[in-house]
Design a protein around this ligand. Structure first.
Ligand code: ZN
Ligand code: CU
Length: 485
């Protein structure tokens, strides 16, 4: 008699997501979970994959995404599963699809809108939709403070009144009760930039009761970054919850090198409270088009423009010349629009990626006409360019930063690890071949070296193609409430 599995992966080099050194083994999957790992030579699988010479790792968790609408509009999740991503965290930077009904939400909410995306009056109905129409990947959702502001305030260009703050707090509590895993803010962006620290603390209060996280695109990432970090830490301490600093970076030539200082601040704060961060592996950022970024960037590329879609892919300088305008005036003419800003220092990016508590998050913008290549390239670039080619860290550490560490920091139980009993999210890849192909010129290019991607025991990606299966699940906070690790 031989053991039988739903799926059997043979002859893999297993990297389990804990940072432990790799070992040779077979992986048996039954009922969507990992049943056994070891020498299973006599076992059989209804589906078998020979992973000879390849790595089997936990499926990657994208710590920072704006895939809120993509899960419904392209449930194959091709930009993500093609890089080995099996779970995404949505609702970042203060931007969530719920709770808000609006035909034309203000920037930056328009980064994920298509004219009809904001149609959920409450967070529970949004989560129900995610659950009833699964995608290829799993998803965990944050509720966005900017969305709460738009839903609760009569005017956005000021701090919230006590009554508005109370309403936002009630909506945040309802979202967490429904299954949101945390609250995100984007005080860098104009509508939320008017929020006081006290407003955010009040809205974030319910996080503590639900074991949620405070996740933030901070007010400043340039000259005043240290001040913004102190505000972030203070909010985490006063609310009494873990803090996640989103896409940590230092912007503007005069601030280059300051990651030495910011990482020291993080390490120091980490001694008295729970803090972590995510990072994408590029020296250019991307968000809405803004005139105040011109002085901080060596080069700006237009990623989309509603009034001038023909300008997507152009340099701002070039678009301005064509329109016969200054760059500042071209920004108003092109808006609403998005852009890529070359404004970081390679040494800072490498230093941040290497920091112990740094997770990998793409911050990909899936609906841009000409998106930043991080959407299609982030995970493969960390594994190929930064880990193998530059030797920033061992492969076991690179995997940990996109699996075990991320699951721990977001409280995702039984995810991010290849251990018996865990959910069977597995990525099989060739360590010698893995690499990003997406570039600023051609951003929608499949990563190299990904062999197979498995979500909850089902193969979703095999040899460069989606299999058409949609086994993704909603990862609710409720399941792990009170069981912090
Ligand atoms: Zn952001
Ligand atoms: Cu973001």
């Amino acid at each position: 008699m031989s053991l039988r599995y739903d799926l059997l992966i043979r002859n893999a080099l297993v990297i389990d997501g804990t940072r432990r050194p790799r070992f040779a083994g077979d992986i048996g999957v039954r009922d969507a979970r990992i049943a056994d790992i070891g020498l299973l030579a006599h076992a059989r699988g209804a589906v078998e994959i020979d992973a000879h010479g390849k790595i089997a790792a936990p499926g990657f968790i994208d710590a920072h995404t704006h895939d809120d609408r993509l899960l419904g509009s392209d449930p194959a999740m091709t930009p993500k599963v093609s890089q080995g991503v099996t779970s995404v965290i949505i609702g970042n930077c203060g931007i969530s699809l719920a709770p808000l009904v609006s035909a034309s939400p203000p920037a930056p909410l328009d980064l994920i809108d298509d004219g009809g995306a904001f149609r959920f009056a409450d967070f529970a109905s949004f989560l129900e939709e995610l659950e009833s129409r699964p995608a290829a990947t799993n998803v965990a959702a944050l509720v966005g403070h900017t969305t709460l502001r738009v839903a609760s305030m009569s005017r956005l260009e000021r701090a919230a009144t006590p009554a508005e703050t109370k309403r936002m707090q009630a909506l945040a509590r309802a979202a967490l009760a429904a299954g949101a895993i945390g609250l995100s803010t984007g005080t860098y962006y104009p509508p939320a930039a008017h929020a006081t620290t006290e407003e955010i603390i009040a809205v974030a209060r319910p996080l503590k009761d639900y074991g949620g996280r405070y996740v933030t695109h901070m007010r400043h990432e340039d000259d005043r970054i240290a001040e913004a970090m102190e505000e972030t830490f203070r909010i985490g301490r006063e609310v009494g919850v873990p803090v996640v600093i989103s896409h940590h970076k230092v912007v503007g030539a005069r601030n280059h090198g300051r990651s030495v200082e910011t990482l020291a601040l993080l390490a120091r704060a980490g001694k008295r409270q729970s803090v972590c961060l995510d990072c994408y592996p590029y020296t250019a950022s991307s968000t809405v088009l803004r005139a105040d970024r011109i002085a901080l960037s060596s080069r700006i590329l237009i990623t989309w423009s509603r009034p001038h879609p023909e300008c997507a892919g152009m340099e701002l300088a070039q678009a301005a010349e064509r329109l016969g305008l200054s760059q500042e005036d071209a920004v108003s003419r092109l808006s609403p629009a998005g852009a890529i800003y070359f404004s970081m220092d390679e040494a800072d990016v490498q230093r941040i990626l290497q920091f112990d508590e740094t997770m990998i998050g793409s911050d990909g913008l899936p609906h841009d006409q000409k998106p930043h290549p991080r959407l299609w390239g982030t995970f493969a670039r960390v594994l190929g360019h930064y880990c193998r080619d530059l030797g920033l860290f061992p492969l076991e550490t690179a995997i940990y930063k996109m699996t075990g560490l991320t699951a721990r920091n977001f409280g995702l139980k039984e995810r991010g690890l290849l251990l018996p009993g865990c959910w069977a999210d597995i990525t099989i890849f060739d360590a010698g071949e893995i690499g990003d192909a997406a570039s600023f010129d051609k951003p929608a290019k499949l990563a190299r070296g990904i062999d197979s991607v498995i979500v909850n025991g089902i193969v979703v990606w095999r040899e460069g193609c989606s299999t058409g299966t949609r086994p993704g699940r909603l990862l609710r906070a409720g399941a792990q409430r009170g069981k912090e690790n």
